[in-house]
Write a protein that binds this ligand. Sequence first.
Ligand code: HEC
Length: 136
Amino acid sequence: MVPPSRLPKLLRWVAGPCVAVVLVAASAACSGGEESSGPPVTGAAAEGQQLFRTNGCAACHSVDGSDGVGPTLQGLLGSQVELQGGGTVTADEAYLRESIVNPSAKKVAGYSAAMPARELSPSEVDALVAYISALR
Ligand code: HEC
């Protein structure tokens, strides 16, 4: 039998690690739900989503329709894009690819910021194109 005077200490001793475990579990659950915007993606698109974050694309491009430093990439595939200096282009996969590999080749009208070119392997570009294509 534990004397009553020792109970609080004992409780603290037991509760301490429990609280720590709960906090770790909660933060793990939070980081799992980190992507709150955009549709769930799988396969190559999921790899592209990862690259989209690690290469800083997300700093300038939203995937939920909101405007940023650069245009949102939601619904881009198949849409008509107005270009700086006039004219439009249909955003097919070749256009997405070119926009990533050689950003200054075709500039979207209305955006003054310059998109930096990144060192990406062909398979990384494929994955990014798959991801952007999945953003309906
Ligand atoms: C510093 C901000 C910035 C970063 C970082 C950036 N972009 Fe951009 N991006 C822009 C701007 C501004 C435009 C529009 C002007 C243009 O066409 O260059 C653009 C245009 C695009 C377009 C064409 C959009 C359209 O509506 O036609 C695609 C696709 C694109 N970016 C993908 C990416 C990807 C993928 C990455 C990461 C590898 C990335 N961007 C990183 C600023 C950025």
